[in-house]
Each structure stands twice: as structure tokens, then as C-alpha cells.
Design a protein around this ligand. Structure first.
Ligand code: SF4
Length: 391
């Protein structure tokens, strides 16, 4: 939408803009913010730039101008999600755990499994989504690094997704001895654009600034979470490396090629830890039905499945700018995806396990993926089986 057209919010979604403004203005709180990978390739459209304009530096600068004390990045937490989820996949394979493993970073997908296929909830990864992992780390690791009281941290996220607001309110997604909410307010891309305009910030003219360290340091693996297939590729980059397969010859990508296997579905077959495996990615909730029927019937011939409810992934999320009449939506979403791919390829570190900030997080705080502390902060039980049920 152009600036003159004003913000267009999803009509059914709660707006958290006022709540976020109150948190930022409260002198007793330390306002920490994170922004999802897709935000950096969608926000600029609200300011008249072309779909797919990549603006991470302006995004960080704009959030600082709005008053956030610490500007972190969900993309760092996406790298942490890769570490935890790839370890979970390898553990389930080694220990005969429930397979196929379903990704759990899309809250609308998680909710679909819980409500329409409750018997399949054990297939969901126990990993919290990157948004929730980042929030849990804000109020533990990040707070301790800077000497803040965890309860004083105000955790705000900027998301391409309206479902993330409901995810943040789930009782299972609280952490620490005081069961603090991981995320206190979720602002969509269109809401952030409205806030910037209201504050008189000329987004297009902002200089590029870095995100704050260490939770603002990210790899290309975290970046591609924003598009369909990206979570899978990011996890496989690390799983392949951790298994030592092809380590000598491997490039920055997993080398595992997915090919179309039906509407919105892609599939690959490969070997991992001596096991012949198959994985599928699903773009668009409407396309997952036959695969879930196969899982329920015990006939699924794959071990790992990524599902993103929005066709194309988060770059097409309900909180992203609405495209103007006459704009080719498919081409615009493709441009956003392409921009994330270009960003991944241009980064010096492209795998989560090679991100020095992630390595330091494990060395200094978490110890290792799936550790006791990781389970306390970064994992949950979906389906209402623990921690008081779901919303
Ligand atoms: Fe949200 Fe859509 Fe991304 Fe799922 S795919 S997390 S519903 S934006």
C-alpha cells in the first residue's frame, strides 16, 4: 500500500500497537524487540518501495527511533531453532521416536494439528517457534548478560503473521521460575509501518544500522525461515554437518534437492546418519490433508515434514502489506522470497551451527541442544498435555 492509502490491518486480528507503545514508554521496563526474517523484505513496501526490497539496516534503525532499548532479531532464534530441531530429528531417528517429525514454527499449523488431528500431536516437534525462543532468551540469557531483572524486560516482536499474536498468549509458552510470558506484545508489519508513519519517521531515508549483539547476529539459515522450504533446508544444513556426511566437500547449502510432488508439496530422499530418509515440505494448509491421512494410517513414507500455512511461507503472511490492485501477487511474493534467498547467499555465515553467537549461547548458557536448560526454555508440549492446557 502507498503511504497515502494508510495502513490495512487484517480485520479479524487483534491490534497490539497500543500495548507495544505502552511497554516502550514505561521507564521501569527494558524494551527488547525482535523482528522475523520476512519483515526485512516486506516492510519497505509500505513506504513505496518495490516488493522484495531488502532493508534489515533500516528496520533496525527504525525500531531504535521508536524507542526500543535493545534491537534483536528473530533470525538469531531461528538459528537456535535449527540447532534444537535438527538434534531432535537425529535423536528420534536414533532412539526410535515418533516419526515423521513435524516442524512447529508456524502457529496456525500447530493449532490445526491440535484441533483437527489431535492424535498426531506427538509428531509435532517440541521446539517452540523462533518468536517464542527469542522471547524466552530475552528474559533469561539476554537479561543476565546486561544485568536486567527478567521481569523488567518488555518483550515485543514484529511479525508477518497474525497467528503469532495468539501463539504469544498461549499458557504453554511461558518460561522461567516466574512463568513470565516469552512475548508480551506482537506487532505485525503493517502495524509497525503505521507506528513509524505516526512517529514521523522517514523509513526510506533511514541509514542502515546493525542489530544489537549477541541476539541480533544471524546466519543465512535463519534468514530462509521466511519462505516455504526454508526451515527444512536450514535444519538439513546442520543435520548433515552434525552427522559428518559430506563434511569435507559440503558447500554452505545442504545439497539435498527437493522436487515437486503435488500441489504445494516438494519431496527429497537422502541419507542421514546411515539411514535412508525422505522429507516433504508443504506450502499452504489446504495441501497437507492427504499427507496427514497417510501419517494417521501409518503409511507415510517420509520422516520429516515442514508445513507453512500461508502459500509461499511467511513472506505471504496475513500481517504483511496488502498488495495494491493490479499488482501480480504471485510475482510479488516470489520477489520477497528471492530477496531472502539473495540475503542468505550474501551472508558470510550460512549455517546455524556456524553462527558464533549461537556457539557462544551454548558454551556460556545452554550447554548443548536438548539440554535440561534448553528443554526448560526452548521446548514445550503441544496439545494441552502439560503446563495447563492450551487456549
Ligand atoms: Fe504465520 Fe503464515 Fe508464517 Fe504460518 S506461514 S507462521 S501462519 S505467516
Amino acid at each position: 500500500a502507498s503511504e497515502a492509502a494508510g495502513p490495512v490491518f487484517a480485520a479479524h486480528a487483534r491490534c497490539d500497537l497500543d500495548a507495544a507503545k505502552v511497554l516502550v514508554a514505561d521507564p521501569s521496563r527494558v524494551a527488547m524487540v525482535q523482528c522475523a526474517p520476512a519483515v526485512r523484505v516486506t516492510l519497505a513496501e509500505e513506504f513505496g518501495l518495490a516488493p522484495g526490497s531488502l532493508t534489515p539496516g533500516k528496520l533496525a534503525a527504525g525500531l531504535r527511533r521508536l524507542g526500543f532499548a535493545v534491537v534483536y532479531d528473530t533470525t538469531f532464534a531461528a538459528d537456535v531453532t535449527v540447532m534444537e530441531e535438527s538434534a531432535e530429528l537425529l535423536a528420534r531417528i536414533a532412539e526410535g521416536g515418533r516419526l515423521p517429525l513435524f516442524t512447529s514454527c508456524c502457529p496456525a499449523w500447530v493449532r490445526h494439528v491440535e484441533t483437527a488431528w489431535p492424535e498426531l500431536t506427538p509428531h509435532l516437534s517440541s521446539c517452540k517457534s523462533p518468536q517464542q525462543m527469542a522471547g524466552a532468551l530475552f528474559k533469561s540469557y539476554a537479561a543476565s548478560l546486561d544485568g536486567f531483572d527478567p521481569a523488567a524486560v518488555a518483550s515485543v516482536s514484529v511479525m508477518p503473521c497474525t497467528a503469532k499474536k495468539h501463539e504469544a498468549a498461549r499458557p504453554e509458552l511461558r518460561s522461567g521460575p516466574a512463568a513470565l510470558a516469552d512475548v508480551d506484545a506482537v506487532v505485525t508489519v503493517t502495524e509497525l509501518a503505521a507506528w513509524l508513519k505516526e512517529a514521523g519517521i522517514d523509513f526510506a531515508a533511514l541509514p542502515g544500522e546493525p542489530f544489537d549483539a549477541p541476539l541480533g547476529r544471524y546466519s543465512g539459515a535463519g534468514v530462509i525461515f521466511g519462505a516455504t522450504g526454508g526451515v527444512m533446508e536450514a535444519a538439513l544444513r546442520t543435520a548433515v554437518a552434525l552427522c559428518g556426511e559430506g563434511r569435507e566437500t559440503a558447500g554452505p547449502e545442504s545439497g539435498i534437492v527437493f522436487t515437486p510432488a503435488g500441489p504445494g508439496v516438494a519431496r527429497a530422499e537422502f541419507e542421514l546418519a546411515g539411514n535412508k530418509l525422505a522429507a516433504v515440505t508443504v506450502s499452504g494448509l489446504a495441501n497437507v490433508g492427504p499427507l496427514l491421512e497417510a501419517v494417521a494410517a501409518g503409511t507415510a513414507d517420509f520422516q520429516f515434514m515442514e508445513v507453512m500455512c500461508c502459500p509461499g511461507g511467511c513472506v505471504a503472511g496475513g500481517g504483511t502489506p496488502k498488495l495494491l490492485p493490479g499488482v501480480d501477487v504471485a510475482a510479488a511474493v516470489a520477489a520477497r522470497r528471492q530477496a531472502l534467498g539473495n540475503h542468505d547467499r550474501a551472508l558470510p555465515v550460512r549455517a546455524a551451527h556456524a553462527n558464533p553467537a549461537v556457539t557462544e549461547l551454548y558454551a556460556a548458557f545452554l550447554e548443548r541442544p536438548l539440554s535440561h536448560r534448553s528443554h526448560e526454555l526452548l521446548h514445550t508440549v503441544y496439545g494441552g498435555a502439560a503446563k495447563g492446557g492450551h487456549d
